[in-house]
Each structure stands twice: as C-alpha cells, then as structure tokens.
Design a protein around this ligand. Structure first.
Ligand code: 9YT
Length: 131
C-alpha cells in the first residue's frame, strides 16, 4: 500500500510551478495505479489555456473560486467548493482563478510522469513524446 502526505511533495521535483498554477503530484505513473493524482492551486486573477489532447482529467474543487470556459461553445461555469468537472471530450478550455486561490484535486488518465507543463497549445505531451 502507498501512504503519502502532500506535505512531503512540497519543495520536491514533484511540485511543479508555472506563472498561473502550482501542482503537487502525489501519485504518478511509476506508482502503477493507472492514473495520477494531484493537488493543484490556481493563482487568483490568472487565466490558463488548457487542451489535454492526450489525457482525460477530472477536477474536484476544494477551496477558493474561479471559472472555466469551454472554447468550443463559449460556455462558462463558476467554480466553487464541491464542483467537479471532467474533461471527457478532451475539452479545450480557459481556466481562470478568481479572488481567492483555487485549490483543486485532479486525476489524470493516462497518468503523468511528473514534470509536465503545458506547451504553447495548452497540451501535455504523451510520455512517448518526451525526449
Ligand atoms: C486544473 C488543471 O488542469 N490545472 C493545471 C495543472 C494540472 N492540474 C496539473 O498538472 O496538475
């Protein structure tokens, strides 16, 4: 059995930070679960363009506020604690932080390996694409 505390990920290579979010990746591909599991904090007032062409992601909002806008139809959804969204169609979207830090738990299938950040199209590469 694997037992971890997110505190033990802080400050390690499995805590990845960009200008708009930070991600603490607690379970990764090497853990053999078939998914990865992360705590992510979206910084207030930011906007991130995301398009997970190679992954499915589900997101559960724990704290804070924000908004997601799906680009195919321009729909906007308010994010608050308890909201869960699943990008079941690899939905291209804009993720906006609100007034407070938006803290979410996310699951990725296939699992991330650990170091992924979005490319200019908002995509994470598949592991086989990583040099
Ligand atoms: C909600 C979301 O996709 N945020 C971007 C970071 C991602 N959750 C990650 O890599 O953990």
């Amino acid at each position: 059995m694997i037992v971890r505390n997110v505190k033990d990920v802080i400050g390690t290579e499995h805590e990845v930070r960009t200008e708009t979010w930070l991600s603490r990746r607690v379970l990764l591909k090497n853990d053999g679960m078939g998914f990865s599991f992360h705590e992510t904090i979206i910084f207030p007032g930011t906007e991130t363009h995301i398009h997970y062409k190679n992954h499915l992601e589900a997101v559960w909002v724990i704290d804070g506020d924000g908004e997601i806008e799906t680009l195919a139809d321009g729909k906007k959804y308010a994010l608050e604690p308890g909201v869960v969204y699943a990008l079941d169609e690899h939905d291209e979207h804009l993720l906006r932080g609100g007034n407070e830090a938006l803290r979410v738990l996310c699951v990725f299938n296939p699992p991330l390996t650990g170091q992924e950040v979005h490319d200019e199209s908002g995509v994470y590469p598949l592991e086989t694409d990583v040099a």
